[in-house]
Design a protein around this ligand. Structure first.
Ligand code: NAD
Ligand code: UDP
Length: 320
């Protein structure tokens, strides 16, 4: 198999690159490093089956096509992961976020058609917004503010999904959409602003944990290896063609409970510093993964404590 991964130098993308290389595939990663890092691909660069193209998915796509023309065959699958993903990152890059999920997604759809490749679009649980249904099933349409501070991400992903489904209906594109719920693990940027790297970095530096609001909002955290396994199964499955699949861990916790777990993992009590709740921060979030269980025979295996242990030890290394 030959796989092209946009956003391949990011947190999830780089783990996907490593997994496909380990499985024996040829992998092409495209990234412009807006939120990713070359170091995430340190192992991949040593592998002759790995090719890297530094390019903006919304910009000089001709460079990508030119680089691929010099290779012997087009990719069999295109995985579109390029997009800022943390609330702090997309607040810093709102226009780039809108563009990579709209224009960028359309380019991926066209290329997949041209190559006869299958497409997987990385969408998000943010499509459900501040959900009125709980847990969230794929059929739920969501409760999203169309112009609030998170809209550059939520609405861009919703538009990306609409585009993919327009290509499925009009051109019979072999495409599927995954909605990823909060995922964590090694290679998250310490300063990307998400709760997992924030709390771990604060714990390691002996600082108080910054809990937004009273910490009663919930999230369900999935370890990155579990997510990657679900993605690989989804790409390989004919049954997911033209479908949306939730991928996440239904083990739901309040942020205050999560702070307590981090404190337990690092083995000492940690103070809290309460900060204002961000605008439109969803009150609760938990995936219904019945479809992934049935269609992909997939469910997460790594417990939150185990995943956090692995992440804390990666964050303790001097290179991260
Ligand atoms: P990340 O920021 O670590 O990775 C995104 C990568 O995309 C970065 O390497 C960045 O440089 C690259 N990129 C962004 N715009 C680009 C462009 N125009 N051209 C080329 N490269 C570009 O984020 P992540 O957490 O790894 O998320 C990856 C994908 O998964 C995103 O599409 C995100 O929306 C989706 N997702 C992630 C989560 C999660 O919990 N991590 C949850 C839901 C959805
Ligand atoms: N959060 C927090 N402290 C932080 C960072 C985030 O309490 O330092 C909260 C945030 O308000 C949200 C949850 O943790 O309710 C998850 O935030 P994150 O940015 O990781 O992801 P989101 O699910 O909001 O995209």
């Amino acid at each position: 198999m030959k796989i092209l991964i946009t956003g391949g130098a990011g947190f999830v993308g780089s783990h996907l690159v490593d997994r496909y290389l380990r499985d024996g595939s040829e992998v092409v990663a495209v990234d412009n490093f807006i939120t990713g890092a070359r170091e995430n691909l340190a192992a991949a660069f040593k592998e002759p089956r790995f090719h890297f193209i530094e390019a903006d998915v919304t910009g000089a796509w001709d460079d990508v096509k030119e680089a691929l023309r010099n290779q012997d065959r087009p990719p069999d699958a295109l995985l579109h992961f390029a997009s800022p993903a943390s609330p702090v990152d997309y607040a810093n890059h709102p226009l780039e976020t809108l563009s990579v999920n709209s224009l960028g997604t359309e380019r991926c759809c066209r290329l997949a058609l041209e190559w006869g490749a299958r497409l997987l679009f990385a969408s998000t649980s943010e499509c459900y917004g501040d959900p009125k249904e709980h847990p969230q099933r794929e059929e739920y349409w969501g409760n999203v503010n169309p112009n609030g501070p998170r809209s550059c991400y939520d609405e861009a992903k919703r538009y990306g999904e609409a585009l993919v489904f327009a290509y499925v209906r009009k051109y019979d594109l072999d495409a599927r959409v995954i909605r990823i719920f909060n995922t964590y693990g090694p290679r998250m940027r310490r300063n990307d602003g998400r709760v997992v790297p924030n709390f771990i970095a604060q714990a390691l530096e002996g600082k108080p944990l910054t809990v937004y609001g009273e910490g009663k909002q919930t999230r369900s955290f999935c370890y990155v290896d579990d997510l990657v396994d679900g993605i690989v199964r989804c790409v390989a499955s004919d049954e997911t063609r033209g479908q949306v699949v939730n991928l996440g861990n239904p083990d739901e916790h309040t942020i205050e409970e999560f702070a307590e777990i981090v404190s337990r993992i690092v083995g000492r009590p940690l103070k809290r510093e309460h900060r204002p709740m961000p605008v439109d921060d969803p009150g609760r979030r938990c995936p219904d993964i019945s479809r992934a269980k049935t269609v992909l025979d997939w469910y997460p295996r790594v417990t939150l404590e185990e995943g956090l242990r692995r992440t804390v030890s990666a964050f303790s290394l001097p290179t991260i």
